[in-house]
Design a binder for this molecule. Structure first.
Ligand SMILES: [Zn+2]
Length: 373
């Protein structure tokens, strides 16, 4: 269930998503735990950072270690040792990965396991069964994803197949403790996006992912699709932009009415020595930080900044110490949490437009990069 606590006149909202493992205030960002772990962190650290939800990949976990093993452990929450909300992605996104995809037809998607080369047919029904057995709080339908530069005909076909599969997922879903979200497709074609959203809303879901974005299209194209999609998706349901997590793009998307995000971007950037700050990002492995006695960001309240200098982190990163990667991940995720808290406050105070302008200006050096994925 989803409730809106405050909506400003631009259509941005602060709300609350109720799940079987607690409530999560929206807009929120989920760290990615594809393999059942947020890379370099322990779950007490994820929890200490204030995260109330993470997202795992049902299909990857199905391949390894296998659903039987996780089911026997009491489900994914028990297996991982995390008692807050868990989203599971269906595996649809792996369709863009040539290491996984073999073929797609009406029945479903045939994947090759990159682990042992075994072949697996993922159907809408089996994707629901896998997520049901994992016991995630929010399951995603199996959608038909095609590369962003596919022909209009292919995009149209993807929309049709996505709707058909979504209907089959809904029919197969029978878990009252689990929410089921659909995913819109249609590339950058406004009419196809409208059709996709309308057909999925007609079937009826607990929330709507906006899929097929942040996979190579320009920022302007992504922003246009977001504005159009949030204008036609039901206000009473959460909107989830999958795969976006750069600070600037989070702010841009929330200002267009998006509520939920996940991305490997902040954690992967951390592991590539890139630290976020409110005055742009910095690469801590650069020689100029060798002697810096200050924390990554003076005003930051994270564990890393309260206890360590740039010089120390630089030293760890240069020596490939795992603690360095972990400290960087803690800082970047804390930064995202602070950013989202400020965004929620700005929405509640009806000043998101001013906040956005000011923040994007400050993040400018980060803005020079690509949209987060
Ligand atoms: Zn920090």
């Amino acid at each position: 269930m989803f409730e809106i606590l405050h909506e400003d006149d631009t259509g941005s909202r602060v709300g609350r998503l109720h799940t079987a493992h607690g409530n999560v205030e929206t807009p929120f960002f989920m760290p990615v735990a594809t393999q059942g772990t947020v890379k370099t962190l322990k779950f007490n650290e994820v929890s200490h950072l204030g995260f109330e939800a993470v997202i795992s990949n049902a299909f990857v976990l199905y391949l390894r270690p296998g659903i039987d093993l996780i089911d026997e452990a009491g489900g994914l929450h028990e297996f991982m040792g995390w008692d807050r909300a868990v989203f599971t992605d269906s595996g649809g996104f792996q369709m863009l990965n040539p290491d996984f995809l073999e073929k797609t037809d009406q029945k479903g998607v045939t994947f090759r396991s990159p682990f042992d080369n075994s072949r697996h047919l993922l159907t809408p029904e089996s994707c629901i069964e896998i997520q049901n057995r994992l016991g995630s709080d929010v399951a995603m339908v199996l959608d038909a994803l095609v590369p962003f530069d596919s022909s209009r005909k292919m995009q149209e076909h993807a929309v049709e197949r996505t709707s058909e599969w979504a209907g089959r997922c809904k029919a197969a879903h029978n878990n009252g403790r689990q929410l089921l979200f659909a995913i819109t497709q249609g590339g950058t074609h406004q009419d196809l996006r409208e059709r996709s959203a309308a057909e999925l809303v007609e079937i009826g879901f607990d929330g709507y992912g906006i899929g097929g974005l942040s996979i190579g299209e320009s920022k302007d194209e992504m922003h246009a699709v977001l504005s159009e999609q949030t204008a036609i998706l039901p206000k009473s349901k959460p909107r989830y932009l999958m795969g976006v997590g750069s600070p600037a793009e989070l702010v841009e998307s929330i200002s267009r009415g998006v509520d939920i995000f996940d991305s490997t971007f902040p954690t992967r950037n951390a592991r590539h020595n890139e630290a976020y700050t409110f005055s742009g990002s910095m690469n801590l492995s650069r020689g100029r930080f060798r002697n810096h006695k200050s924390p990554i960001e003076e005003a930051c309240g994270c564990f890393t900044c309260k206890n360590h200098t740039r010089a120390y982190i630089h030293h760890l990163l240069r020596n490939h110490e795992v603690t360095g990667l972990s400290l960087m991940t803690i800082h970047n995720l804390y930064f995202i949490q602070q950013l989202l808290k400020s965004v929620r406050d700005a929405i509640k105070n009806n000043c998101l437009t001013e906040f956005k302008e000011e923040t994007l200006q400050k993040l400018k050096s980060e803005m020079a990069g690509k949209p987060g994925s």
